[in-house]
Design a protein around this ligand. Structure first.
Ligand code: GAL
Length: 661
């Protein structure tokens, strides 16, 4: 993207306002330092008022106005909001739920990804917009659609069923391969004709898990095909302008973003705080680290977040003074080259009128607006940070396929969830100021001294070999319970659990021993486990901690296995907080990774971006007492020169330019 400095702005929906307001908007954008806005995201019905009737004159005027003001445009294809005329003419584009309900018009995202009528109409409007604005000087970036999979991750209609069958034929070639992969001998589910196969619609009991897994894969791919079709049109008619689509990296379960990230010119992400959670800034860091990892370490765009409250949680908690600034700069610290919001001006009408905005309903006489202006000035000063990158020493394995499989029906305990384990591990590493990359289980892990595997229930033989090679080469791996259990078809790896990792971990899990609700188990040295326990038989691993009570009393709970030149740790119960620290600290010692720092409170987030001429140390104080951060260089936001230590007041952010040594 040809923008210098950090991009600043948000979703802008001028079509919701009379044109008199536009000039005010643009003047305010300039006042706030806005240099990029996303427009047209939901404007299909206002650009193509009926089939073949394309009238973009208002958008022409808007694009010109923004250009004259020096504000670049991230122009959307409006295909996330199919117009009412389209649904009326082609009712079959409406998505169908698993229960067979046909979803109606009047919201957004009402389309079936496998509908031909939708595909043709989406291609048509994309081509029209692409051709019209390809050479427009304001155009910086294409924003395809909006949050694919956000409201309707999968459609179960007949067109989807037909497309699913084609996808399966490509994947398996023949029915006998499908029957074998799906294990259809079970419950007599054998298929003799492709036409007999349906999406996993509501059924009398648990639907074949391999069928369910393949349907999620298919649905993610069907949406990806929608994206590719629009992207390819834009690449053809508007060469040289990058194309993105906004992800929901850490919150969207149904999209395999590892696959998607390879298809965009630049990765962009939306993140919203879970307002009620006290440590929601750690979840923000997780989302930012995951997004950077999807981007292969390259800078990425924060496409949406909020200036204050959202409107769609149960209780929409407003941000406290300073929180928006900390949130925004935490994204930048972790590799974002933009700070964008939903949305520029709060909507008067519609479902999102209680959502915060850069220009709130109260206008410029508000704290939010003053904070927006201040943030714009900060980002202006941080322009040199653009393009710099973040280096992580710890890898955390993240895999959407394993997430899907882990949470299918009929597992040993429904209390065990994927996101919880990832969160529990990430949270501890965050508090030790360790920067984390998320990695696919088949990725090259050699850059990390420590790799954490939070419940990788589904693992392919190839990925298991990759983890083993990492340890054999000297790496330290920490694996949590219920990992390595099934292959890509949700079939148990043979020979006893955890089939794919047994040799690497030097043990067999003879039996899963899930705990009762609220039950805990005690381990040696005062560690407490919950939710899960296991009956382990060691075959080379050394016991580190035993169970003191519970169903596995006296048996090993935490183990360590020397494998090649490295170590593989195994945690057979759910440890959290300081109980998890107790074990992680020892694994980190194996890996030579520092843990809690005496010189830095855990509530101060410290991340470094490294550029060609300098590095930039971001220090974000989430606590309520001032902190001293060891660093030398020049603080960019205050101009302070620091020689070894810098005071970061409670709630504040500092960014120090450190000369490259
Ligand atoms: C996002 C969406 C935006 C807006 C926002 C509200 O998920 O992309 O259009 O709805 O949520 O928080």
């Amino acid at each position: 993207m040809h923008l210098s400095g950090i991009a600043y702005g948000g979703d802008y929906n001028p079509e919701q306002w009379p044109e008199e307001v536009w000039a005010t908007d643009v003047a305010l954008m300039r006042e706030a330092g806005v240099n990029l806005v996303s427009i047209g995201i939901f404007s299909w019905a206002l650009l193509e008022t009926d089939e073949g009737r394309f009238d973009p004159s208002w958008l022409d005027r808007m694009m010109d106005l923004l250009h004259r003001a020096g504000i670049a445009v991230d122009l959307a294809t409006p295909t996330a909001a199919p117009p009412a005329w389209l649904t009326r003419r082609h009712p079959q584009i409406r998505p169908v739920t698993r229960e067979g309900h046909v979803l109606g018009q009047g919201a957004r995202a009402g389309f079936c990804p496998s509908s031909t009528a939708y595909a043709e109409a989406a291609a048509h409007i994309t081509e029209q917009l692409g051709r019209r604005y390809a050479g427009h000087p304001a155009l910086a970036l294409w924003h395809v659609h909006n949050e694919y999979g956000g409201h309707v991750p999968a459609c179960y209609c007949d067109a989807s069923a037909a497309a699913f069958r084609v996808w399966l034929q490509e994947r398996y070639g023949g029915l006998s391969a499908l029957n074998a992969a799906w294990g259809t001998a079970f419950w007599g589910q054998r298929y003799g004709d492709w036409e007999e196969i349906d999406p996993p619609r509501l059924a009398p009991s648990a639907v074949n898990p391999a069928q369910q897994l393949d349907f999620v894969r298919f649905s993610s791919d069907a949406l990806l095909d929608c994206f590719r079709r629009e992207r390819d049109i834009l690449h053809r008619v508007s060469p040289g302008v990058p194309v993105t689509t906004n992800f929901m990296a850490s919150s969207c379960k149904n999209i395999d973003y590892w696959k998607w990230a390879r298809e965009v010119d630049i990765v962009s992400n939306d993140h919203y705080l879970r307002g009620e959670e006290p440590d929601n800034h750690i979840d923000l860091s997780l989302a930012a680290d995951l997004t950077r990892s999807l981007a292969g370490g390259r800078p990425w765009l924060l496409m949406e977040h909020s200036t204050s409250a959202v409107n769609w949680q149960s209780r929409n908690i407003a941000k406290t003074p300073g929180q928006m600034r900390r949130n925004s700069l935490a994204h930048v610290a972790r590799g974002a080259d933009s700070v964008m919001f939903f949305q520029w001006r709060a909507s008067r009408a519609g479902a999102e009128k209680f959502h915060s905005a850069m220009v709130p309903h109260g206008g410029t006489q508000t704290r939010v607006w003053r904070d927006v202006v201040r943030l714009g000035a900060d980002l202006g000063a941080l322009a040199p940070v653009q393009g710099s990158t973040v280096t992580a020493e710890v890898g955390v394995v993240w895999d959407w396929e394993s997430w899907w499989a882990l949470e299918l029906d009929w597992r040993p305990s429904s209390e065990h969830t994927y996101r919880e384990r990832v969160w529990a591990c990430y949270d501890r590493l965050w508090r030790w100021h360790l920067t984390v990359d998320f990695v696919h289980p088949s990725a090259d892990l050699s850059a990390y001294r420590l790799v954490v595997v939070p419940s990788l229930y589904l693992v392919s033989t190839e990925a298991a070999a990759n983890l083993a090679a990492y340890v054999a080469g000297g790496g330290t791996l920490v694996v949590s319970y219920f990992s390595g259990i099934v292959d890509e078809h949700d079939a148990i790896h043979p020979g006893g659990h955890p089939g794919a990792l047994r040799e690497l971990l030097g043990l067999t899990v003879e039996e899963f021993l899930p705990l009762r609700a609220a039950q805990t188990v005690e381990l040696e040295q005062g560690c407490l486990g919950e939710v899960w326990a296991e009956d382990l038989v060691l075959q080379g691993a050394e016991p580190i901690l035993h169970y003191v009570d519970g169903p596995a009393a006296g048996k090993p709970a935490i183990t360590r296995h020397r494998f090649g030149d490295g170590h593989a740790w195994y945690l057979s119960t759910r440890l959290r907080g300081e109980h998890l620290d107790h074990v992680l600290v020892r694994a980190c010692a194996d890996a030579g990774v520092p843990t809690a720092r005496a010189d830095l409170p855990s509530s101060v987030e410290v991340v470094r971006r490294v550029g060609a001429d300098a590095s930039y140390l971001f220090a974000i104080n989430h606590g309520d007492t001032d902190a001293a951060v060891p660093v030398a260089g020049t603080e960019i936001l205050t101009g302070e020169v620091c020689d070894g230590s810098l005071k970061v007041p409670a709630g504040e952010v500092r960014v120090v330019r450190e000369p490259r040594s």
